[in-house]
Design a protein around this ligand. Structure first.
Ligand SMILES: *[C@@H]1O[C@H](CO)[C@@H](O)[C@H](O)[C@H]1NC(C)=O
Ligand SMILES: *[C@@H]1O[C@H](CO)[C@@H](O)[C@H](O)[C@H]1NC(C)=O
Ligand SMILES: *[C@@H]1O[C@H](CO)[C@@H](O)[C@H](O)[C@H]1NC(C)=O
Ligand SMILES: *[C@@H]1O[C@H](CO)[C@@H](O)[C@H](O)[C@H]1NC(C)=O
Length: 675
């Protein structure tokens, strides 16, 4: 087929009059060098769009709309040439564009967007939220992505090293930024740095310049109508020649999260090998007015009817309307199969009252699963945390509700009790007991407040281990948590650590919720075998628990990119210190002298043992509990073995096999622990 086509084209070429041939040649030349374009508005633009992206009738490029957990892409239709030959340096390029992000809630970010250079425009495997519609859990960070992006991120995700919820970052091949800065600009007038709020809904202009010879990348941000500030916001020397291929597509990618933002591009100009033409700011399309308040003010009606009559009519209509609105407001979804769960059902009206209509001031936070509100149930006066999870498919919801209700029977002092659920169209509402001391990460990393002492931390660590042991081994069936981390550990009135959100990760497995970051847990806590097998096991929970131990003892997140390079990955850093015999140095320095050296060392070493690269070498939760309580000696030899070898190169025997081969270590409890 191909050969035949080739033949016909050659024949055609021979027959082609010279004029057409030259035309074709010129056209081809033009395509290869068409590194320039300027769009002052996108009315006549030719772009490849997908997902939520669309061109509005006003000539705006709108990358996302009010759909949550979705993405949109817009790229120049043809790839541009970025190298003269594949071995050569990257051709310099520069671009400028004007954007505006109009959020649902001005105070909560919902992901963001990025300017992108990519070898392909097919992103069907990519995830929204902080993967920005560019990456997913398996290819994030992979060098074969060949993606360069400048992200404008409005979510603070400390797990991927975000510095705040309003930043600009350089992303190479993954969503963990190489370098990022809070959004803003240095004023040319007074030399002061001025913050810019990306979520303000105001248009802002960006300039990106890359000098291929000096390998210098500058990115500059400023409010619209301000001339380009002299100082770049981000300036970095970066060799893009292995990242950028000969031909790359240029464009934008945007994603929404639990909530949404409208991401608009108003104008865009791009040029390779030269200075980018400036945009004509005054001819850019206008943003739609009053985007956030969609309700138009009612038009004044002049009433000529007798006043009494019109008042009567209006009152009847109004009360009918009120009744209808009320009915709709409290409308629930109930299906036959739910009869089995009737006991666990709470009415929407109750929950609505508990939160005064899900008012923003009752919002505790927005997490990967949805919004969480605080409330007081009107009848029982019980304080609750109400989690709203939106979902798409109906099929899987049935399975999920069955699952979650059965998990509601899990009763343990270290688990957050589920009190009930409610269902509306496309929405599942879970009601948990309210935990007055919020989540552990807030106490660990929160600023200002008095920090948690060592005895409190050790108590919480032991509590969480005991809750997890109950889930893994002591309940009627094995339950895997899938998302253990400090932010999923809540503190009750007695400062007991309690695991929350168990089972929620399942909903994602069943395909119920659009794919999100929580596909199989959280970056930084994922056991290495998960990227190969995607099968969660009790050992992958143990791995995450190990990271959690280090997090609590060291008082820092698993990945912190602002740290020096050898300290960025917590696990590697603690491990390196173990090798040097300085493991205690990794403790949270804010503890001061308040710690018990033996306990601290045990927790750090246990953290390393639990994150052993080989799942079978990790202890079970029963063994973890026994080690924490000093019921069995710590298997130092196993850790030394890990120390002495390159973890990736050796085959490990199982934890139990190891214990058996050292009779001095084997104790009743080790052997009896496997059920
Ligand atoms: C968002 O855009 C997509 C694609 O254009 C469309 O299918 C969807 O209905 C839109 N959603 C909303 C809520 O407007
Ligand atoms: C990166 O992606 C390539 C191609 O998809 C794959 O073959 C390779 O195994 C990936 N590398 C890593 C470290 O995941
Ligand atoms: C980046 O900024 C620096 C300092 O302002 C300047 O010297 C350099 O020429 C700029 N590089 C590019 C590619 O614009
Ligand atoms: C940039 O990286 C490429 C590929 O690794 C290398 O060949 C080239 O020498 C580097 N350029 C400089 C100036 O270091």
């Amino acid at each position: 087929m191909v050969a035949k086509n080739h033949q016909t084209t050659t024949k055609f070429c021979k027959m082609m009059p010279l004029k057409i041939f030259i035309w074709a040649l010129l056209l081809k030349l033009a395509l290869l060098t068409a590194g320039d374009f300027t769009y002052n508005g996108f009315k006549d633009a030719s772009l490849s769009l997908d997902g939520l992206a669309t061109l509005t009738s006003d000539g705006l490029l709108r990358l996302t709309n009010s759909s949550s957990h979705k993405q949109g892409h817009a790229f120049a239709t043809l790839p541009l040439q970025f190298k003269k030959s594949s071995m050569d340096k990257v051709i310099s390029f520069s671009t400028t564009f004007v954007f505006a992000i109009v959020p649902e809630y001005p105070t909560f970010g919902n992901s963001g967007f990025a300017f992108v250079l990519s070898p392909s425009i097919h992103f069907s495997q990519a995830l929204p939220t902080y993967y920005l519609g560019l990456f997913n859990t398996t290819n994030n960070g992979n060098q074969s992505n060949h993606i360069f992006a400048l992200e404008f991120d409005t979510i603070l995700n400390p797990e991927i090293g975000d510095i705040n919820d309003n930043h600009v970052g350089i992303d190479i091949n993954g969503c963990i930024s190489n370098k990022s800065e809070p959004a803003g600009f240095t004023s040319d007038d007074d030399g002061q740095f001025k913050n810019l709020r990306l979520l303000s809904g105001e248009p802002m202009q960006v300039w990106i310049e890359y000098d291929g010879t000096n390998m210098q990348l500058n990115a500059t941000l400023s409010p619209l109508w301000t001339s380009k500030p002299k100082n770049a916001l981000l300036s970095s020397t970066i060799n893009l020649s292995t990242i950028i291929l000969d031909h790359m597509y240029v464009g934008f990618s945007a994603a929404t999260g639990v909530g949404y933002s409208y991401h608009y591009i108003l104008g865009w100009s791009f040029k390779t090998d030269g200075k980018v033409p400036e945009l004509n700011i005054s001819s850019l399309p206008r943003l739609p007015r009053a985007l956030t308040s969609f309700k138009e003010k009612p038009k004044a009606i002049s009433i000529w009817l007798p006043l009494s009559l019109s008042v009567l009519v209006l009152m009847t209509a109004a009360s009918a309307k009120i009744i209808m609105v009320r009915k709709k407001r409290f409308l629930e979804l109930r299906e036959d199969w739910e009869q089995d769960f009737e006991l666990h059902r709470l009415s929407y009206k109750q929950l609505y009252k508990a939160t005064r209509g899900f008012k923003d001031e009752y919002l505790l936070g927005i997490g990967g699963f949805g919004r969480v509100y605080r409330g007081v149930l009107p009848d029982s006066k019980v304080e609750v945390a109400i989690k709203k999870v939106s979902h798409e498919s109906r099929q899987c919801v049935r399975e999920f509700v069955a699952e979650i209700v059965s998990l509601g029977k899990l009763q343990h002092r270290n688990l957050v009790p589920l009190l009930g659920y409610c269902r509306r169209k496309g929405e599942l509402i879970l009601v948990y007991e309210y935990m007055p001391n919020r989540s552990l990460d807030k106490s660990l990393f929160g600023e200002g407040k008095s920090i948690l002492g060592w005895s409190q931390r050790f108590w919480i660590i032991k509590g969480v281990a005991s809750g997890l042991l109950y889930m893994h081994e002591d309940w009627e069936r094995v339950v895997i948590h899938r998302d253990i981390k400090a932010s999923n550990v809540l503190l009750d009135g007695g400062m007991n650590g309690r695991l929350g959100d168990f089972g929620l990760a399942r909903l994602y497995d069943h395909g119920g919720v659009p794919k999100t970051t929580h596909l199989a847990g959280t970056v930084g806590y994922l056991a290495p075998e998960l990227s190969r097998t995607c099968r969660v096991t009790t050992s992958s929970d143990v791995f995450a628990y190990g990271v959690f131990l280090l997090e609590v003892a060291c008082g820092r997140r698993p990945i912190e990119l602002e740290k020096p390079e050898n300290q960025q990955v917590l696990l590697d850093w603690v491990f390196a210190n173990l090798r040097r015999g300085t493991i205690l140095e990794t403790r949270d320095q804010r503890l001061g002298e308040d710690y018990v050296a033996e306990e601290l060392e045990l927790v750090l070493k246990l953290g390393l043992l639990c994150t052993h690269p080989s799942p079978t070498a990790r202890p079970s939760m029963r063994q973890v509990t026994q080690l924490l309580h000093g019921d069995i000696p710590f298997p130092d030899l196993l850790l030394n073995q890990l120390c002495a070898n390159d973890p990736a190169s050796i085959e490990y025997e199982g934890f139990n096999a190891y214990v058996l081969s050292f009779p001095s270590l084997s104790s009743e409890s080790f052997l009896s622990s496997r059920r």
